[in-house]
Design a protein around this ligand. Structure first.
Ligand SMILES: *Cc1c(COP(=O)(O)O)cnc(C)c1O
Length: 419
């Protein structure tokens, strides 16, 4: 595979952006390669500047559930752009998108459109704190909720209640109110409520974790979160930035049948444009300005071109409900191929991860036990064989409606032969 042009472009980019990238995972740091520069993408394929073609299973980290350049989405965006890129004022599209979101996420009785998943989560947490008048939040090790200060916490110390920032530049004070629990471990949550129950504003969780690789919730875990938050008057936030419109058209909450108090959406909801949303119970959302005293705003929020992409994407998903069964079947085939290559697989619908671990992965500790060198080998092998996946062990593989039977067959053949 020739990657001369990507190499040349990367060396230029290094002079301008930290690590040559605008988001760290793109630097290919953990797979020891030079990042590819993408020239274009269409359907299930992505093309780099050297003219290499790949079957794309990154799908921009989730948004492209319809594949690249879905004609309905592109024409909706093009039409919207012709009417002006941004107004900073009300427009009809906002109502239409809000209606569509609410139809599929009835728990989002009121909602706000924002520009990124990070912003959606940050705002949802602020609303939960404003509503409850409490400061503390519970998050799970290995769950990612964007890069806002209070959420950049790892449990490096192993002391669950000792919240040490996992990024420089985050004052300890910002993370002191973030309590850490273990995913799929009910007793770790119970302990926090035992000691701090009256001060916990919210529990935030990815209802199916997908940012430490895919780690589905154990049976009963989400039910437990629903119950304990109700018992203590804390807000349950499902961060559905990845799972929303993916596990089902109604996200993980429909898939698992558990209703949170607040939900955050991103990725698919913006159809490939910078758009995200947060919302939930009316009485919580009524705390948000100008109705209430929780401030949250945005110059580009509800951007008309982004809104058009979101509407067109959801309308396509509504018009083609068979997509979800097909995604499940295609993903199951890939899972089978991974297993026949002896890999450990976690899969939830069209999200899957092949883990280079000895045993099953059920939480952050077991995920971290993965052999990342072996993953780097696997990543390079797939790439050399025309398959573009995440340059990190701790991400999901995303299957889209655009992946053809032939794409899947080729992919499975390549994976089965990995040694
Ligand atoms: C991607 C992601 C975010 C952050 O969204 P950005 O748009 O990258 O800011 C938050 N939560 C989850 C679960 C995500 O997967």
């Amino acid at each position: 595979m020739i990657t001369e042009k990507s190499k040349e472009l990367y060396s230029k980019a290094l002079g301008f952006m930290p690590g040559g990238v605008n988001s760290p995972v793109r630097a290919y740091g953990s797979v020891g390669r030079t990042p590819l520069f993408i020239e274009s993408a269409k359907g299930s394929k992505i093309y780099d500047e050297d003219g290499n073609e790949f079957i794309d299973y990154v799908c921009s980290w989730g948004p492209n559930i319809l594949g690249h350049c879905d004609p309905a989405v592109i024409s909706a965006v093009t039409e919207a752009c012709g009417r002006g890129l941004t107004f900073g004022a009300c427009h009809k599209g906002e109502i239409r998108l809000a209606q569509l979101i609410q139809k599929h996420f009835p728990s989002m009785e009121m909602l706000r459109l924002v520009n990124s998943g990070t912003e959606a989560v940050m705002s949802a947490i602020r609303a939960a704190r404003g509503y409850t008048g409490r400061d503390k939040i519970v998050k799970f090790e290995g769950c990612y909720h964007g890069h806002s200060d209070g959420l950049l916490v790892s449990a490096g110390s192993g002391l669950l209640t000792n919240s040490i920032p996992s990024s420089a530049g985050v004052p300890v004070g910002y993370t002191e109110t973030t309590l850490l629990a273990k995913y799929n471990d009910e007793s770790s949550v119970e302990r926090l409520f035992d000691s701090d129950g009256g001060q916990i504003a919210a529990v935030i969780a990815e209802p199916c974790a997908a940012n430490m690789g895919v780690v589905p919730p154990k049976k009963g875990f989400l039910e437990f979160l629903r119950k304990i938050t109700e018992q203590y008057g804390a807000v349950l936030i499902f961060d559905e930035v990845i799972t929303g419109f993916r596990l089902s058209i109604g996200g993980a909450q429909k898939f698992y049948g558990i209703t949170p108090d607040l939900t955050t959406l991103g990725k698919i909801v913006g159809g490939g444009m910078p758009l995200a949303a947060y919302g939930g119970k009316r009485e919580i959302m009524e705390c948000v300005a100008p109705l209430g005293s929780v401030y949250q705003a945005g110059t580009l929020s509800g951007n008309p071109a982004a809104v058009a992409a979101g509407i067109a994407t959801i309308e396509q998903l509504e018009a083609r409900p068979e997509i979800y069964d097909e995604l499940d079947k295609k993903s199951a085939e890939i899972e089978r191929a991974m297993r026949s290559a002896g890999l450990n697989v976690n899969r939830c619908g069209s999200l899957l991860t092949a883990f280079f671990t000895d045993g099953n992965v059920t939480d952050y500790d077991t995920a971290k036990s993965a052999d990342t060198k072996k993953y780097a080998e696997y990543f390079g092998y797939l790439l050399e064989n025309g398959i573009y996946t995440a340059p990190s062990q701790f991400e999901a593989m995303f299957v889209s409606a655009a992946h053809s039977a032939e794409d899947i067959k080729h992919t499975c053949g390549v994976i089965e032969n990995f040694r």
